[in-house]
Structure formats: structure tokens, C-alpha cells
Design a binder for this molecule. Structure first.
Ligand code: NAD
Length: 227
């Protein structure tokens, strides 16, 4: 069983009906990201931020995983699969993937604004006045711009041990996530599925598949069968 590490971004969920960031001109569902995805935005207009993630949570319950999510789940039959996702949706889990690291947090969780270790599952709306067990306001369990990506060490450890590295649907612009490719061993095959692929650096074993996620994984399947 080879160890496949897969880095996914908003593009893998695009064909499920969740808009990516950069395809919408750098806006997240019509909002400047600093307004809805930064500590400054939270302090400036907490109501707007709560409402934004309440809408994202509602939308998530209305969409389904697509063929690309299901393909990655099926890969577990023949490989040791580690998914590192920048996505805050739960479509990998709903498709059946069992090993998913959410670098940027999860829409279906909330956490205490006072004690970040207090994290709770959450499917409904989050409002001002919803408190943690230590009586502090709850906030979305999302890593906002400027905040520490606490799972980075775990993600790096996974990449260092990869035998095959796959990237799907990410603009490779959001750091530190985009830097993970640098930790993949130099001699392993790397595949990058994205209709507008962009990667900086020299990776001799990089195979670009310039396709959308669902058609791209069909090509990836052929490549994997030849390894
Ligand atoms: N689904 C989600 O959870 C979601 C959605 C939007 C934004 N975000 C957040 O915004 C940040 C954005 O960074 P990012 O790099 O993930 O996204 P991005 O929006 O910066 O880039 C999206 C990438 O997906 C590609 N793409 C578009 N349609 C595609 C398709 N059908 N198949 C494959 N690729 C496609 C684009 O060419 C682009 O390279 C992330 O940190 C993420 O947390 C998450």
C-alpha cells in the first residue's frame, strides 16, 4: 500500500455547488475576505460574521459530495490515504474518507473565544449569546487570516512521508498550506488537478492535469494504475 497524501482546496467542492474564492474575484460569496475571515472583521462586525457562517452552514446541508470526493474515498481500498484539506466543508467525510485533516477549520464546529480547546459540533445557527461552558461567546471553528494554523506540524509530518502527492483544486496562494508541496520527497510522483493550475518552484516529477476535479480524477486513476 503506498502512502498517498492529497492536498485539496475549494476547487474540489466547486462542482458540488460551493463557490471557490478566487473564481469569484477574490470574494467569498460576495464578501471581502477580511470582513468575514479575520479577527479584525469579527471584532468590527460580529453579527455579519456570524450570519455569513450561518449561511455557509445552511448551504453545506444542501449540497452533496461529487465524484472527486468519492474517488478519494475509494482510494483507501488500495492505498494509505491522508487528505489535507483547506476546505471547511465536510464533503470528504460525507463521501467516506476516513483520514481528513482540516487545516483551516470546520464549518460544522464552533469554539470558545476564550479557551480555543473548547470545540463543539454545531449544525444550526450560531448567535450572539451562545456561550461555551466557561461562559464565553462561541465563534466559528475557522482559521481566519492572520491566525495560527495549528495543524501545520501534523500536515508537514504527513507530507514528509508521502510516496505519492496529489493536489486538487487549490490556487496555491494561501500560505502556509500552499508551501506543503515543498515537504514532499523530491523523487516521488506529484499530480496537480486544476483547470487553472499555478505552482511556483521546480518539481521534476510534477504532472499537471489541467481539468476540473471530477474529470481530473479519472485521468489520475489511469496514472495511478501505471505506477
Ligand atoms: N468549500 C470550502 O470549504 C471553501 C470554499 C471557498 C473558500 N474556502 C476557503 O478559502 C481559502 C481558499 O483557498 P483555495 O486555494 O482552497 O481556493 P481558491 O478559491 O483560492 O482557489 C480555487 C482553485 O480551484 C480551482 N477550481 C475551480 N473550479 C474547479 C473545479 N471544478 N475543479 C478543480 N479545481 C477548480 C481554481 O482554478 C483555483 O485554482 C481556503 O483556505 C478555504 O478555507 C473554502
Amino acid at each position: 500500500m503506498s502512502k498517498i497524501v492529497i492536498l485539496t482546496g475549494a476547487g474540489i467542492s466547486a462542482e458540488s455547488g460551493i463557490k471557490t474564492f478566487r473564481d469569484a474575484g477574490g470574494l467569498w460569496e460576495g464578501h471581502d475576505v477580511m470582513e468575514v475571515a479575520s479577527p479584525e472583521g469579527w471584532h468590527a462586525n460580529t453579527g455579519l460574521v456570524l450570519d455569513f457562517y450561518n449561511q455557509r452552514r445552511k448551504q453545506l446541508l444542501e449540497v452533496q459530495p461529487n465524484k472527486a470526493h468519492y474517488f478519494l474515498a475509494r482510494l483507501e481500498k488500495d492505498h494509505e490515504v491522508h487528505i489535507i484539506t483547506q476546505n471547511v466543508d465536510d464533503l470528504h467525510e460525507r463521501a467516506g474518507s476516513s483520514n481528513v485533516l482540516h487545516l483551516h477549520g470546520e464549518l460544522l464546529k464552533v469554539r470558545s473565544t476564550k479557551n480555543p480547546t473548547l470545540v463543539y459540533p454545531w449544525t444550526g445557527d450560531l448567535s450572539l449569546g451562545d456561550l461555551c461552558e466557561e461562559r464565553s461567546q462561541l465563534r466559528p471553528h475557522i482559521v481566519w487570516f492572520g491566525e495560527e494554523v495549528s495543524l501545520m506540524d501534523q500536515a508537514i509530518a504527513s507530507c514528509l512521508e508521502a510516496e505519492i502527492f496529489v493536489i486538487i483544486g487549490t490556487s496555491m496562494q494561501v500560505y502556509p498550506a500552499a508551501g506543503l508541496i515543498q515537504y514532499a520527497p523530491k523523487n516521488i510522483p506529484i499530480f496537480f488537478i486544476d483547470p487553472k493550475p499555478s505552482v511556483s518552484g521546480n518539481y521534476p516529477n510534477l504532472k499537471i492535469i489541467p481539468e476540473k476535479a471530477q474529470s481530473g480524477v479519472e485521468i489520475l486513476e489511469i496514472y495511478l494504475s501505471t505506477l
